[in-house]
Design a protein around this ligand. Structure first.
Ligand code: MIG
Length: 813
């Protein structure tokens, strides 16, 4: 043992607080500074004008997580200065000021506003546990942290990151399946994000059991965090996804309605299911095969009796406009003669004990070995094995149980993972395992079907998971409370870089009441991933299983979802570039409005920028809604409201409270039964009047499934509405592809004009009684059971050719 190691051992075996101590020595590096303190080593690096990375270690070397950050420092110019008490590092956007006596860091924006500041206890250790203590700014709110239950504002609570299989979790329980150690702080002086890039079990305490500070800490490893500052919350999320990667544009079919069940079998039942959607005129795109499709739960097999000919089944489903997604669990049955097991063993691809013995635990197939997805060779092997599914026609993959889960739920910490050659224990590898499985699944989907975009849905993950998969929130429960909690989970995932997410509509465990299912279907239509699922041994839970009324309500919202696809797809395209969520918590647009954090309003969110969705229990007939700054139109009637007001809104089961922001532009198509069915050729643009200001919408189309868009095969155009000039311009289109629409019809909401000009030529307006949702059948003849029905009477519209050249509409009063 050398003296440094002896010294380290002494430090890390103590069970007392040890801070960094005084800075003894420092030097400039090409991207920042590094140095030595009394007790440790540090490095501050500029990644970008608005990102500073802070690293601290007990050893004179750093050992970063190789999996999450994909950004390289971009050589932003910076200055370093030193005074008696401080070391200052400055870019054009931020300033980090390090107290040289105790190594406490303060961050300021370029005008000198204090954004964030270490407590004087700073970065420190208790044994191997490393922490960073931060002061709380006046009225500071904390948002994000990924898949965490609880309130939108996380102040006062503490959370643990340790990926956990948690069947039927409570709506306040923690931890769940996925860890994203990234949060955003907002206060009057500004906003910032902190990503603590450490895969060990970590804790984020935003003021539970203490009034002195907030902190984040990890059981082991280093202090390694990225401090991000941008003016607006959305900018911080965008930067975070530059660091950890963006979602790829998913195939369009994955934005349609998805039907899951634990489990549909045999093949004849799956066919009936598909046919029922078509017979009942309920649009849908995806059917899942859960674990019963396998032979004795063995991955890479089909049950020879229940699914004797998967290829013909899938061909049949495709002819009906359905894609198939299969589940993949990581555990591989340790059965002699079972090829995946034999191969994995022979190639040394499984997780092991430190003495080299294979680690085994029980899951569905019985005793299993676990592929070591932290090893490239394993990921490649698994990806190649997936040809078994793609050859049968499978289009999507669902990675479940990848926390990893096993019976007993106490994986011993000594087991070892390759960790890209830096062999590491379960303590360091657990939180990253699920993400590496999802990565392998995505590789497999692409390699085996090169021409099509992949779709992977994962339960477990870590920061950066958005690059590989969409996420769902695991085993929720059929209750009103859970429905609302799931919305917050999805909103929080959106604040944390995961734009493509959803929950089991209807609830996985337990039985949904009729009304609960109907409401959940309506909210699900305004969720990035629209998927219904339910558990084994529960009642049928397809959208027609709850009686005629629920069936009609479900159909209404499913159809609305499909008519909105031009908007949803356009939004996914922009999210893939900006990293911004599809479901955006109001904390993104209105972070300083304290009303949005109240428990009555914290579930509200913007869907695809235009729609404010105010989720409400199915048992309520009326609810309070908070409309933030701006003006708003009730979607179904065009009734107009001023913002910064709390209103009472009727919310009968068939009408979810949804409001359109004044100034909004969004696009719709005619009814289709699946995403690949051709619409009627008319692009319906909806424009909502506002008094002042400018608003934008980017209309985006491509073939919906291949990678050709990356070579310019798309049709894209910017729509700009300028209220003061009373005009809407459809800018000249870009891209090599023609639009699938040959006409455009613009619906004018909230305008008085009777005559407008299209490219300078006057054109009379037509009118139509317009309804976003169909009228429900009155099943009960008694008038008090009448369902309300909204329609916008004599809605004005104008129609013209959808030419790719610039088109200007003026005279919009
Ligand atoms: O131990 O595959 O969260 O969606 O249906 C349960 C069966 C395993 C858990 C998933 C759930 C799935 C179920 N799985």
């Amino acid at each position: 043992m050398n003296s440094q190691q002896t010294e380290l051992l002494k430090k890390s075996s103590s069970s007392r607080f040890m801070g960094m101590g005084k800075i003894l020595d420092w030097e400039r590096t090409p991207i920042g500074i590094k140095g030595k303190t009394e007790n440790g080593f540090f490095q501050l690096s500029i990644f970008d004008q608005s990102i500073i990375r802070v690293q601290a270690s007990l050893l004179d070397e750093f050992n970063p997580n190789p999996y999450s950050v994909v950004m390289e420092p971009n050589e932003a110019p910076f200055e370093v200065s030193e005074s008696n008490d401080f070391l200052i590092l400055k870019t054009s956007e931020i300033q980090a000021k390090v107290d040289s006596q105790k190594f406490a860091v303060s961050f300021f924006d370029k005008t000198g506003n204090l954004l964030n500041q270490d407590d004087s206890l700073g970065i420190s250790w208790i044994g191997t546990e490393v922490s960073c203590y931060k002061k709380v700014q006046e009225d500071e709110k904390f948002i994000g942290l990924g898949e965490k239950t609880g309130n939108l504002n996380r102040a006062g609570n503490a959370y643990t990151n340790w990926n956990t299989d948690y069947f039927a979790y409570g709506t306040g329980d923690d931890p769940l399946y996925m860890s994203i150690p990234f949060y955003i702080g907002v206060h009057q002086k500004g906003a910032y994000g902190i990503f603590f890039d450490n895969t060990h079990k970590s804790v984020f305490n935003f003021g539970a059991s203490t009034n002195r500070f907030i902190y984040f800490s990890a059981e082991d490893g280093e202090m390694d965090y990225y401090f991000i500052h941008e003016k607006v919350v959305g900018g911080i999320i965008s930067k975070y996804t530059e660091l950890t990667g963006k979602m790829q544009l998913p195939p369009k079919w994955s934005l349609g309605f998805q039907q899951c069940r634990y489990s549909y079998y045999p093949d004849s039942e799956v066919k009936t299911l598909a046919q029922t959607f078509r017979d009942k005129d309920m649009p849908a795109d995806v059917i899942y095969l859960d674990i019963h499709h396998m032979e004795a739960y063995k991955v890479f097999t089909f049950d020879s009796i229940k699914f004797s000919d998967p290829k013909s089944l899938i061909t049949y489903l495709k002819s009906k406009g359905f894609r198939v997604v299969v589940i993949m669990d990581p555990g591989i049955k340790t059965e002699k003669g079972y090829l995946p097991y034999e191969e994995g063993k022979e190639k040394d691809l499984f997780v092991k004990y430190p003495d080299g013995a294979e680690y085994q635990a029980q899951v569905w197939p019985g005793w299993c070995a676990f592929p070591d997805f932290t090893k490239e060779e394993t990921r490649t092997w698994w990806a190649e094995k997936m040809a078994f599914y793609t050859e049968a026609g499978v289009d999507g993959f669902w990675t479940d149980m990848n926390e990893p889960a096993s019976w007993g739920q106490h994986t011993p910490n000594l087991i070892e993972f390759d960790f890209e050659g830096d062999v590491s224990s379960h303590r360091k590898a657990r939180n990253i395992y699920g993400m590496q499985m999802a990565r392998s699944a995505q590789e497999g989907a692409v390699w085996n079907k090169k021409e099509e975009r992949p779709f992977v849905l994962t339960r477990s993950g870590f920061s950066g998971i958005q690059r590989y998969a969409a996420a769902w929130t695991g085993d929720n429960v059929a209750s009103e409370e859970h429905m609302l909690a799931g919305i917050r989970l999805v909103n929080s995932l959106g604040l944390s870089g995961v734009a493509f997410a959803g929950y089991d509509v209807g609830g996985f465990a337990g039985e949904a009441s009729k009304s609960l299912f109907a409401r959940w279907m309506s909210i699900g239509a305004f969720t990035p991933l629209y998927r219904a699922h339910s558990m084994i041994n529960s009642n049928d839970a397809e959208p027609w299983a709850f009686g005629e009324e629920v069936e009609e309500i479900s159909r209404n919202y499913m159809k609305l979802r499909y008519r909105l696809l031009p908007t949803i797809y356009s939004k996914f395209h922009s999210s893939a570039q900006t990293g911004l969520p599809i479901n955006a918590s109001l904390a993104i647009s209105n972070p300083l409005d304290s009303k949005i954090y109240l428990s009555a309003y914290q579930n509200q969110y913007m869907f695809c920028d235009s729609f404010l969705v105010a989720p409400v229990e199915s048992t309520k007939e009326i609810t309070k809604v908070y409309l933030p700054k701006g003006s708003w139109y009730y979607l179904f009637s065009d009734e107009k409201y001023a913002g910064e007001k709390e209103i009472y809104q009727d919310c009968p089961l068939n009408y979810l409270p949804v409001f359109v922001k004044a100034g909004s532009i969004f696009s719709m198509q005619s009814d289709v039964s699946n995403t690949e069915e051709m619409h009627d050729g008319i692009l319906r643009i909806h424009l909502y009047a506002q008094d002042e200001g400018e608003s934008h919408f980017t209309h985006y189309e491509d073939d919906g499934k291949t990678f050709d868009y990356q070579d310019g095969a798309f049709f894209k155009r910017e729509l700009i509405y300028q209220a003061e000039e009373s005009k809407l311009s459809l800018e000249k289109a870009s891209g090599k592809q023609k639009s699938s629409f040959n006409k455009v019809r613009v619906y004018l909401h909230g305008f008085n004009t009777d005559l407008i000009f299209v490219n300078g030529e006057s054109q009379a307006l037509s009118t139509e009684d317009y309804a976003f949702l169909g009228k429900l059948t009155e099943f009960d003849p008694l008038p008090e059971h009448d369902h309300p029905y909204h329609e916008i009477s004599s809605l004005k519209f104008v129609e013209f050719e959808h030419l790719p050249e610039k088109i200007e509409l003026s005279g919009l009063f």
